[in-house]
Design a protein around this ligand. Structure first.
Ligand code: ADP
Length: 741
């Protein structure tokens, strides 16, 4: 009896096992073979029930029916199991061909087994007393029963064949998948044989199938993916271009991937944290007071008779288990050689670029100096002519010299401005100004240029705009000059119209709208987008004879943006262009400005000095004698006592014996230059606290700050304008010596 109870309990456990496995299959295994496995397990459950019924059969009829169900369900276990194995071993084609005929064969066999009670053709049941008084019903097969057995074993043999075939064909890493299935199947066969040898009173083979089903499920669900994951991981880690070395808790090396083995000659059996590179990393970290972390490691190795410097970033970290307990440590080695090399190259390239930039700046400074110095003399002397003559003709000629000189100056300024903008050093210096004056100056400056080309310049100024505005008139002049000069340059006939209006959106701030239209060559629609690019000249072939740098509009745009304004263009090729500039300006006097007059009586007003200072004495130092004369002439009417020195040494000598009220010092002179002279003068002699103004042609970005930093009171850029010179002197001369006019 005990035997029966144990047997039934095992059967019940198997039923439960199969039931839960059956449920789990649906969630975790690929559908193609999951369906087959689920059906196998379901047939297993039916077989287990039949087996329990056999154990509890109370008469022949019951036992006979139970056996029929049992044998038939084993048929279907095998049918679905083979189906599963074929699907799992990727024999989809064979499966597709066989599953229907096999179903017919197994169906007929099951039918034959299930009708055995009626015909008694397959097996008969007999009762056997065993283990004391307990009856067991057993069967003995007749002819069709052996056919049934043959079908079952053929199915197993087919499955075996396909598994072994796949095992041979597949890559080594995937063999594990099939080895496990094969092992399970072999185990079932072995246990079956063992059971037959033991001649147990009850059939246990179905239990083996159940165990096999569950084992298969667990192996394909967790063991196979796990083992695939581990072997794939190992291969991936070996493929990496980084090194990985693992240590156990006692610092024994348990793994080193190919990269670390090849680069550092690591032998897993002898490698410890005391070997390189681990030793250096650990020492570096402990110097920083850390136990784990990241450090750099460099070494020189011989490669093809060359010495190569290699750089690595190495992480040394602890390995923790799920609960945060340390279970070992690892080294992660990253080859940084290329990055270090690229960085070096970038640094070198940056140094070269910086050098080139410095060369450019010094070229600009030189060029500016070289051009400004003679220009200083030309414009200075010209101003002398303008001051000393009443002759209208002469005044006109001198005026022309002045405007050409100014144009040349503006070209230099363009280049310098661009470098200032590039260095973010352009600043706004707002003042009160008269918009009419601004327009007048601008148009008059270009009158001659237009006249030469037989073009007109028209000005249409809205009479209602405010009579005084507050803004950087110098920048607006520059913007206007760029756009108007372009309009003249790129127009062959007709002329240029400048329209000025305002867009009053508030009492105290107005949008000054300046429109410059020409009847010139126009700009192709496709080119408009490049118009404001620096150094970009459009239609270069056609415009080859027209002078230009391609900088004017780039600077204009930057200046407009700096003043929070906007610039736009509308143009038609061959018909002309209109540039519209909108700049917000503060209103100083809202009174309408009235009618615009191009020429104002007395506008070419004669020069009068702004002050007189006969008691003041200044020293002007310049190696260009002509410039000394210009300075003297410019200051003649102020009656200042002007002493001159033709170089640094002469100036120092003079300063030792006399105290001056102000010194104007040229920068570029043969040794000692302006700065060296300044240093000596402020250290010795009687002029240690005399304000020194630097006269320079060096007006590139940052020059003024440099001079102030060095201790100069201020600086005046060449060519010096009489008004600027007087304005500076009023500021620096002792108040009691200056008599304002
Ligand atoms: P550039 O020194 O060459 O005049 P700009 O930056 O001032 O440089 O102008 C860039 C280009 O835009 C010019 O080369 C010219 O082709 C085009 N351009 C500018 N203004 C006009 C205009 N009023 N009419 C036609 N083309 C113009």
């Amino acid at each position: 009896m005990l035997m029966k109870i144990i047997f039934v309990l095992i059967d019940c456990a198997a039923v439960l096992g199969l039931y839960f496995t059956h449920k789990a299959v649906g969630r975790n295994i690929k559908e193609e073979y999951g369906i087959w496995l689920r059906k196998t397990l379901f047939a297993g459950i039916i077989a287990m029930f039949a087996n329990i019924l056999i154990a509890y059969s109370f008469d022949y009829a019951f036992a006979s029916i139970s056996f029929s169900i049992y044998f038939a369900s084993i048929d279907w276990i095998l049918y679905y199991l083979v189906g599963f194995l074929l699907a799992y071993t990727e024999h989809d084609k064979a499966l597709k061909i066989m599953y229907r005929p096999a179903a017919v064969v197994f169906g007929l066999d099951s039918l034959s087994l299930l009708t055995n009670r009626i015909f008694g053709h397959a097996f008969y049941v007999f009762s056997k007393k065993n283990y004391g008084d307990v009856h067991f019903y057993q069967t003995r097969g007749l002819m069709p029963f052996y056919i049934h057995l043959a079908i079952d074993y053929t199915a197993i043999a087919i499955a075996l064949f396909f598994i072994i075939y796949r095992l041979i064909k597949t890559y080594s890493i995937y063999r594990i998948k099939y080895v496990i299935i094969l092992s399970v199947l072999m185990l079932v066969i072995l246990l079956n044989l063992l059971y037959m040898m033991l001649e147990l009173p009850l059939d246990a083979s179905v239990i083996f199938y159940a165990v096999a089903g569950m084992l298969i499920y667990f192996s394909i669900h967790s063991f196979v993916p796990r083992s695939l994951k581990i072997s794939s991981l190992e291969r991936a880690i070996n493929d990496m271009k980084e090194g990985l070395v693992l240590f156990d808790i006692s610092d024994n090396c348990i793994y080193a991937n190919d990269f670390s083995k090849q680069r550092f000659d690591i032998d897993e059996s002898t490698y410890t944290p005391k070997c390189e590179p681990a030793a250096t990393i650990i020492t570096n970290l402990s110097v920083k007071g850390e136990e784990f972390g990241e450090s750099n490691y460099s070494r020189t190795v011989a490669k093809d008779s060359d010495e190569v410097r290699e750089h690595y970033v190495i992480k040394y970290n602890r390995l923790n288990d799920g609960k945060g307990r340390m279970i070992g440590s690892y080294l992660l080695i990253e080859d940084n050689t290329d990055q270090v090399r690229y960085l070096d190259e970038i640094k070198k390239a940056r140094d070269i670029a910086n050098e080139a930039n410095n060369a450019k700046s010094s070229f600009l400074a030189n060029m500016s100096h070289e051009i400004r110095t003679p220009l200083n003399s030309v414009l200075g002397m010209n101003e002398m002519i303008m001051r000393s003559t009443e002759d209208k003709q002469l005044l006109e000629y001198a005026g022309n010299i002045k405007s050409s000189g100014d144009a040349l100056l503006s070209l230099i300024n363009d280049i310098l401005d661009f470098s200032k903008i590039e260095a973010n050093r352009m600043e706004i210096a707002p003042v009160d100004y008269d918009p009419h004056q601004l327009l007048r100056d601008c148009c008059n400056n270009f009158e001659q240029m237009a006249e030469i080309k037989d073009l007109y310049i028209k000005v249409e100024c809205d009479e209602t705009i405010p009579s005084r505005l507050y803004g950087d008139d110098k920048l607006i002049r520059q913007i206007l000059a760029n756009v108007v000069s372009n309009a003249i340059k790129y127009t062959r006939e007709g002329g240029v119209t400048v329209r000025v209006s305002d867009d009053g959106f508030a009492e105290d701030v107005r949008d000054l709208v300046i429109e410059v239209s020409d009847t010139g060559i126009g700009i192709a629609a496709d080119d408009i987008k490049y118009l404001f690019d620096a150094f970009k000249r459009i239609n270069e072939k056609q415009n080859a004879t027209i002078q230009g740098t391609g900088l004017g509009l780039a600077i204009t745009k930057e200046l407009v943006t700096l003043m929070h304004g906007s610039i736009s263009v509308s143009s038609k090729e061959g018909q002309g262009s209109t540039f519209t500039i909108v700049i917000p300006q503060k209103v100083v006097e809202a009174k309408p400005i009235g009618e615009f007059k191009r020429h104002v009586e007395g506008s070419a007003k004669k020069y009068t000095e702004s002050f007189k200072a006969p008691d003041a004495c200044i020293l002007v130092v310049d190696d260009a004698r002509l410039n000394l004369k210009v300075a003297q002439a410019l200051l003649k009417n102020t009656e200042i006592q002007v002493e001159t020195a033709g170089g640094g040494n002469e100036a120092i000598e003079k300063c030792r014996g006399k105290k001056y009220d102000c010194i104007l010092l040229d920068h570029r002179m043969p040794e000692p230059d302006g700065i060296q002279t300044f240093e000596i003068i402020t250290k010795e002699g009687m002029n240690t606290d005399t304000p020194v103004i630097m006269l320079t042609a060096n007006v590139i970005s940052g020059a003024e700050e440099e001079y102030i930093k060095l201790g100069f009171a201020g600086y005046l850029s060449k060519p010096i304008r009489g008004e600027d010179l007087e304005a500076a002197l009023i500021r620096y001369l002792p108040e009691e010596k200056v008599k304002a006019q």
